[in-house]
Design a protein around this ligand. Structure first.
Ligand SMILES: O=C(NC/C=C/[C@H]1O[C@@H](n2cnc(C(F)(F)F)c2)[C@H](O)[C@@H]1O)c1cc([N+](=O)[O-])cc(O)c1O
Ligand SMILES: [Mg+2]
Length: 214
């Protein structure tokens, strides 16, 4: 049977990355995507911006929407303090299965809770199911037409507090125009664009960092 791209990416990690070494997992995936097959990971250039936001914030509770193969999950979790937790949501069971193995290869399974299902179902259950009060950081990298509705849902569910940071991938390419208009024009957010490039390409893309003002 034919392998899938995520399976080939996992194979590259298992063959080339050092177990328990998140940086080598990240480097291996970037090499694979640059020289073998493009994949929709946030990548190394935007990944450095992600790293700087995480390091500056030093968050205790992080939500990631869109695990895919776990590349950004590994980047974020490798920067978290010991008792911090990252909950990452993935809709596709096959992607989730690959991501679990990549997160485990990096040795980060104790910091990461990978939850399978739809954001619309899980966001309203975060408090009761996982004992979450509010998220310090949310990384949005899932379906682009879900960024805005899920942000509104997080607001409604009281999952954001004064100072919570939303960091959104792909606000230029593929683009999230309704989300961008909302966070840039709402009095409840301070928004800032970090210009970069679409992963592994020369096309423009960037991350939007939006601080919830309460
Ligand atoms: O489409 C893109 N990303 C979509 C990413 C989608 C991923 O998010 C998961 N998801 C869906 N709902 C949830 C949740 F959380 F709701 F449960 C999680 C999907 O199963 C998939 O793994 C994309 C495309 C390009 N590109 O260049 O085309 C570049 C990028 O960086 C991209 O992120
Ligand atoms: Mg993306």
């Amino acid at each position: 049977t034919q392998s899938t791209r995520p399976q080939r990416l996992l194979g590259a990690v298992q063959q080339n990355a050092t177990r328990g070494d998140p940086r080598s997992v990240v480097k291996t995936i970037d090499q694979f995507c640059k020289h073998k097959e493009w994949a929709m990971n946030v990548g190394d250039e935007k990944g450095c911006i992600l790293d700087s936001v995480v390091s500056e914030l030093n968050p205790a509770t992080v939500l990631e929407l869109g695990t895919y193969c776990g590349y950004s999950t590994v980047r974020i979790a490798s920067l978290l303090p010991p008792h911090a937790r990252l909950i990452t949501l993935e809709f596709n069971p096959h992607f989730a299965a690959v991501a679990r193995q990549i997160i485990a290869w990096a040795g980060l399974q104790d910091k990461v809770l990978l939850v399978e299902g739809a954001s619309g179902d899980w966001i309203p259950k975060m408090k009761e199911q996982f004992g979450v009060k509010t998220f310090d950081l949310v990384f949005l990298d899932h379906w682009k037409d879900r960024y805005l509705p899920d942000t509104k849902l997080m607001e409604e569910c009281g999952l954001l507090r004064k100072g919570s940071v939303l960091l959104a991938d792909n606000v230029v390419c593929p683009g999230t125009p309704d989300y961008l208009q909302y966070v840039r024009n709402s009095p409840r957010y301070n928004s800032q664009y970090f210009r970069s490039h679409l992963e592994y390409t020369k096309a423009e893309d960037g991350l939007e960092k939006s601080v919830f003002l309460g």
